[in-house]
Design a protein around this ligand. Structure first.
Ligand code: 46W
Ligand code: 46W
Length: 327
């Protein structure tokens, strides 16, 4: 019965969190992403101009999956593609002896420029794995039956190292009870329903809840436009800046706390988490940590929310569920 824990190291402004993963005989830093289902990494097959500065997977230790290829495009239009090898993958001591490792033969500039990240480790449902002609399983699905308990947990922090665990829930990492809600896997995401939202001390909900996904691979918290609008209406100097692509606030602002009701429990995102980052170094205008989910089709509970809670991604029962606790 395997269990393991690995650090989640924040990048600048907590834009993403990276964790060490051993693949074959390389240790790479991967972005664990509960919003996608491909484990891909820069490799010795990637063009040098695209992979300069990155850790590389050398597929010589793996067994090629003949005829298999992958091609993924993310919400921000970044993309990567390549071929597939079965190889050993170890995360915090949990070992998958024959994990589908997607070696990149092409990556877009967003990944080339993000030199701290050597790829992604998808933790959404394997139904959205992009390998063709036969989709393969995520790391969690590959090891699931060997884990002490078929769960993984997410404990991200603001500006500090957090952790992911596989196979167990760590009661020292949260306070109070864990509130569980059912997950709808139809879209391949950890999708749930939030009951309602409110800002500051007020309990006047700024809007009915709605469908949302828990997504470690997204930096911010994307909510219904009416909820985002109501939230920023309470902040002096806040504005929707279409050129910047969203709500901005004065970096000197102290945004109100933001409350989310899930499963009958209220979880609070400290207002300081919503004063996200200067538009560019030295700017006195900051980008808001809450943005509108317009055009996405559901809300995205990304890192701005997840770093305020302890989250349990539980596939140990008859159907998957999400657990949240205050941290
Ligand atoms: C719905 C979208 C959310 C962001 N994505 C992701 N974390 N991989 C892409 C899918
Ligand atoms: C979910 C992924 C979206 C694309 N990414 C990026 N541009 N660096 C990585 C995370």
């Amino acid at each position: 019965c395997q269990t393991g824990e690995v650090a989640a190291d924040p990048q600048l402004y907590d834009q993403s969190y990276l964790s060490p993963v051993t693949i074959g005989n390389s240790e790479l830093m991967l972005d664990f992403d509960t919003g996608s289902a491909d484990l891909w990494c820069f490799s010795t097959e990637s063009p040098a101009a695209q992979s300069a500065g990155h850790g590389l997977y050398n597929p010589s230790t793996g067994t090629e999956l003949d005829g298999a290829f992958w091609d993924i495009t993310y919400g921000d239009q970044s993309a990567a593609s390549g071929n597939v090898f079965a190889d050993k993958v170890v995360v915090g001591g949990v070992t998958a002896t024959k994990q589908a490792v997607e070696a990149a033969t092409s990556v877009s500039y967003e990944f080339t420029e993000d030199v701290a990240s050597d790829g992604l480790l998808g933790l959404a449902f394997s139904s959205i794995n992009t390998i063709l002609p036969q989709p393969q399983t995520t790391f969690f699905d590959t090891v699931r039956n060997s884990l002490a308990k078929a769960v993984f947990t997410v404990d991200l922090k603001k500006g500090a190292a957090g952790s992911y665990t596989f196979g167990y829930i760590d009661s020292s990492k949260y306070s109070g009870a864990i509130t569980y809600v059912p997950v709808n896997t139809a879209n391949g995401f950890w999708q749930f329903t939030a009951d309602g939202y409110s800002a500051g001390g007020s309990d006047s909900s700024t809007g009915r809840g709605g469908v949302a996904i828990a997504d470690t691979g997204t930096s911010l918290l994307y909510l219904p436009a009416s909820v985002a609008k109501a939230y920023y209406s309470g902040i002096q100097g806040a504005t929707f800046d279409f050129r910047q692509g969203g709500y901005t606030i004065p970096c000197s602002a102290t945004p109100p706390d933001f409350n989310v009701a899930i499963g009958g429990k209220t979880f609070t995102v400290p207002g300081s988490y919503i004063n996200y980052a200067p538009l560019r170094a030295g700017s006195s205008t900051c980008f808001g940590g809450i943005q509108a989910d317009t055009g996405i089709g559901f809300s995205i509970f990304g890192d701005v929310f997840l770093k305020a809670v302890y989250a349990v991604f539980d596939d140990s029962g008859s159907s998957p569920r999400l657990g949240f606790a205050a941290q």
